[in-house]
Design a protein around this ligand. Structure first.
Ligand code: NAP
Length: 281
């Protein structure tokens, strides 16, 4: 039950009704018996600065930021963590001593998901990663792979955007190739990541023949609706290890919850089943 001392956090987006974050954070709040709440806040782009500036005055602990505000909120932060600055987007805001601290936890969520669900013998550092896509999520994925010292081969429908991403994320081994060369690039992959929106419900399918991909390469899709994308199904059929994208969503939420509510929550099979039962079946 909430008291007058409840700690409040939430998610700001537009629209925000589809967000799974309230279900996820409120599950953890209940699990840990914390006097707190996590609420959805639909905020229009023209109001985002005013709303963000008001957070410390309202006494909230912080917020998650989702589409379309992840880049825009950076201008209103008092401090931006290095990974968020590198990616150029903030997905988690912590209010600390009246100051707004912007972080990006998507890359950490991506790596934690692989670490938790990969086969024991698969090593992220054993070879190259082929990343499809150069949007906001792809940047977080690439920055996280670079932090793991993984060589990245990046391809995107709009090559200029991939070049921009490569220039922005310089500092690790990163090669851009044409979108129509993506299948040939699979030959050298130890990891294949779909970080485009292709394959998501309501979006076109990802067209990608996997013939050149070594059967030992791990295949992951950051799209999690549907949970088993056609890419993951095709990879699984030919014997590649696969990791779905739901875990990335769950793990990216851990640091925010810990900052706001003072407990480091754990991603469990029970939590995953709870979210799946609520949202996917
Ligand atoms: P975004 O910034 O809009 O980027 C979309 C990407 O998809 C771009 O690379 C875009 O290529 C590509 N794309 C879109 N339509 C395409 C098409 N018809 N053919 C080829 N490429 C196409 O989106 P985002 O924020 O990065 O999100 C991407 C996906 O990741 C979404 O499905 C989102 O739900 C998911 N996601 C999952 C998590 C998680 O926790 N699992 C976290 C964040 C995002 P162009 O540059 O050529 O347009």
């Amino acid at each position: 039950m909430l008291t007058g001392k409840a700690k409040i956090a939430g998610v700001i987006g537009c629209p925000v009704g589809h967000s799974l974050s309230p279900k996820l954070h409120n599950y953890w709040l209940q699990e840990h018996g914390i006097d707190g709440a996590y609420i959805p806040l639909e905020v229009k782009p023209e109001d985002i600065g005013e709303v963000i500036a008001a957070l410390p005055k309202m006494g909230v602990q912080g917020v998650n930021i989702t589409v379309p505000h992840k880049e825009a909120v950076m201008a209103f932060m008092d401090e931006i963590a290095p990974e968020a600055r590198r990616i150029g987007a903030v997905n988690t805001v912590v209010v600390h001593d009246g100051r707004l601290i912007g972080m990006n936890t998507d890359g950490e969520g991506f790596v934690q998901n692989l670490t938790a669900n990969k086969p024991a013998h698969w090593d992220i550092a054993a070879g190259k990663a082929v990343v499809l896509g150069a949007g906001g999520a792809a940047k977080a994925v690439i920055a996280a792979l670079q932090a793991c010292k993984v060589e990245v081969v990046l391809t995107n429908r709009t090559r200029a955007k991939a070049e921009d991403t490569a220039a922005h994320l310089g500092g690790g081994a990163l090669t851009v190739i044409d979108w129509d060369k993506r299948e040939a690039a699979l030959r050298e992959a130890n990891l294949l990541v779909n970080a485009t929106s292709l394959g998501m419900s309501g979006q076109p399918a990802l067209e990608l023949a996997l013939d050149a991909l070594p059967v030992t390469a791990l295949v992951t899709d950051i799209v999690y609706k549907p949970l088993e994308t056609s890419l993951l199904a095709a990879a699984r059929t030919r014997g590649n290890p696969v990791v779905d994208g739901l875990g990335m969503l769950l793990y990216q939420a851990v640091p925010g919850f810990e900052h706001w509510f003072g407990v480091r929550p754990v991603v469990t099979d029970k939590l995953r089943d709870y979210i799946l039962n609520l949202s996917f079946r």
